[in-house]
Design a protein around this ligand. Structure first.
Ligand SMILES: Cc1cc2nc3c(=O)[nH]c(=O)nc-3n(C[C@H](O)[C@H](O)[C@H](O)COP(=O)(O)O)c2cc1C
Length: 168
């Protein structure tokens, strides 16, 4: 039996954020965790970090913001993340915030990012892009994440969390 709520004054509403990623060598996972740390620095948000395979599309509606991360694989997101982006378009997520991030070793990394953003905008026009995407450099194919990149991840997360708290 659920408890009846008779007094709402003083109740703190937490905005829920899902960070979903794929990661072969752990770098994109590390970025996801650093973004979560940044979100955690802002009061009023709750964040779940999950590998793509752990995400149930039926649960996506529970979140106020969804952040999607992928390694750059041959100039674009992984096949799994591209498929997930299509899935987002099939769910009713109108008005929710979305953001993307990727990891790369070099080359035209912005191209991969703009492909991710374009696919999102096409498939899920109802989602609101919280911020331009974050591209994070890794020092080699297997990493590690390059020096100076983690603070950018924290800032990225905190910026999204502030947007959510401003919405309340
Ligand atoms: C199949 C494959 C293709 C890749 N293609 C690119 C690429 O086109 N541009 C690039 O900058 N990095 C490329 N990379 C490097 C990855 O983006 C980099 O290793 C990434 O940070 C790994 O993230 P992960 O540890 O989360 O798997 C590629 C890596 C793999 C495995």
């Amino acid at each position: 039996m659920g408890q009846e709520v008779t007094q709402l004054k003083g109740v703190i509403w937490l905005a829920k954020v899902l960070i979903v990623y794929e990661s072969k060598f752990g770098n994109t996972r590390g970025v996801a965790q650093a973004i979560a740390e940044g979100i955690g620095q802002v009061a009023g948000t709750e964040v779940i970090v999950s590998e793509l395979k752990g995400v149930d599309p039926d649960q996506l509606g529970l979140f106020d913001a969804i952040i999607v991360g992928s390694p750059n694989h041959i100039g674009r997101a992984t096949r799994g993340i591209r498929k997930f982006t299509d899935t987002l378009g099939k769910c009713d997520l109108t008005g929710k915030l979305v953001a993307v991030f990727n990891t790369y070793i070099g080359g035209d990394y912005q191209k991969a990012m703009s492909k991710m953003e374009k696919q999102l905008a096409q498939r899920s026009p109802g989602l609101k892009l919280a911020t331009p995407g974050l591209s994070v450099k890794v020092a080699g194919m297997k990493g590690p994440i390059a020096d100076g990149e983690l603070p950018r991840c924290h800032q990225f997360g905190a910026g999204i969390a502030h947007q959510l708290s401003d919405r309340e």
